[in-house]
Unconditional design. Structure first.
Length: 82
């Protein structure tokens, strides 16, 4: 949260999703979890007002990010999602 150390993202919100289903949220239960998280972010956290969204991950999380970036874009269609 320091603008000198991180001038680009210091004031962005971060959502960290830990998963343990081994399928990058691609199983029916895993995808249901993603949908529930996105609904919660929209209804309780103002996610619908986001202008820019970065979806990323590392290792298996990168696979999950690539698989579900479209779902994120669907719920915030006006945002730039990358």
């Amino acid at each position: 949260r320091d603008p000198f150390q991180n001038p680009m993202f210091y004031d962005w919100h971060v959502v960290f999703l830990r998963y343990c289903d081994g399928s990058s949220f691609s199983s029916p239960a895993g995808f249901g979890n993603i949908q529930a998280i996105l609904r919660h972010l929209l209804q309780k956290k103002g996610f619908g007002d986001a202008a820019e969204v970065v979806v990323s991950g590392c290792s298996a999380g990168a696979v999950a990010a690539a698989l579900h970036v479209g779902a994120v874009k669907e719920v915030v269609p006006e945002a730039l999602v990358a």
